[in-house]
Design a protein around this ligand. Structure first.
Ligand SMILES: N[C@@H](CCC(=O)N[C@@H](CSS)C(=O)NCC(=O)O)C(=O)O
Ligand SMILES: [Fe+2]
Length: 272
């Protein structure tokens, strides 16, 4: 519900009675209500039905500065269109990691949007305009987004936290009731387990959690919910390792094209 409130812009322009209703609703679901932050944070969760990827568009409604997390090449037109419709200026395209299942849209966005910069963890081993170290922050308008290294699915996985809005974007480190696989791209179950416990489950329980994928039709969770109900990460580290080493998942369909492309920001022929 909270994500619905956050993404429903009418809240900003409605009269006080509606604001009061929303405040009550927030209190019922146990979250503090911040009028200024809630009204001004543009939040869109966008979906790619081919790779089951979530792309997030976040913006400050006052300054119009925006970031996009995990854009998908095939859907760049959709994303740029919504950016234009909302009158936003896209500053950063953040990849939570070097994806294996789809080609990132950041390379094409760089070509099409003036001043746009691609962002990755410094541990990714891939090309980007900006590399973040653990704990480093970026700004868009009045919002600050912190990168936290959460390796284990890949070495360069980074989760992103907006403390003021109580949001965490986990990439493939934590999926709703699950987690990223650890059988390729430097995957390491014990490293993933420790990353999640120290960097994500250490956040307050009421932080809403948004993953890079969902295969079951879920859209969001919270830190508290995953600490309690995650099918893998509630186990001991030894049990977790056993589970992860026996998932027997087929490789992602696009892996052979996605990996080499994503190492160079999604554009392989770097001409023009
Ligand atoms: N079928 C999909 C790929 C599914 C997959 O392997 N997903 C990854 C995240 S993308 S690297 C994963 O970690 N899954 C964990 C799980 O438990 O499913 C495709 O062909 O694209
Ligand atoms: Fe992945």
């Amino acid at each position: 519900m909270a994500s619905f409130i956050r993404s429903s812009k009418p809240l900003c322009s409605t009269v006080l009675s509606n604001l009061w209703k929303a405040q009550n609703l927030n209190e019922k679901i146990g979250r503090k209500f911040s009028t200024s932050a809630t009204c001004n944070m543009v939040f869109r969760q966008l979906f790619d039905s081919k790779s089951w990827t979530y792309t997030y568009l976040l913006a400050d409604d006052e300054s119009k500065e925006a970031v996009v997390i995990d854009p998908v090449l095939d859907l760049v037109d959709r994303d740029i269109n919504i950016v234009k419709e909302l009158g936003l200026t896209l500053k950063y395209g953040i990849n939570t990691h070097v994806h294996a299942d789809h080609i990132t849209g950041t390379g094409v966005m760089k070509k099409r949007i003036d001043g746009f910069k691609s962002v990755l963890s410094e541990k990714s081993g891939a090309k980007a305009d900006l590399f973040l170290a653990d704990g480093e922050k970026l700004n868009f308008g009045k919002y600050e987004i912190e990168g936290r290294c959460t390796p284990g699915h890949t070495n360069g996985c980074m989760s992103f936290v907006i403390h003021s809005e109580k949001l965490v974007f986990t990439g493939d480190a934590v999926l709703i009731r699950g987690c990223g696989r650890t059988d390729f791209q430097q995957g390491d179950p014990r490293l993933l387990y420790n990353s999640v416990k120290s960097k994500i489950f250490s956040l307050p329980d009421d932080f809403l959690l948004y993953p890079a994928h969902d295969y079951l039709g879920m859209t969001s969770s919270s830190v508290g919910e995953e600490k309690k109900h995650n099918k893998r990460l509630t186990k001991s580290i030894d049990q977790f390792e056993e589970i992860m080493n026996n998932l027997k998942l087929p490789y992602p369909k696009q892996i052979d094209t996605a990996l080499p492309a994503n190492l160079v920001c999604g554009i392989q022929d770097d001409v023009a």
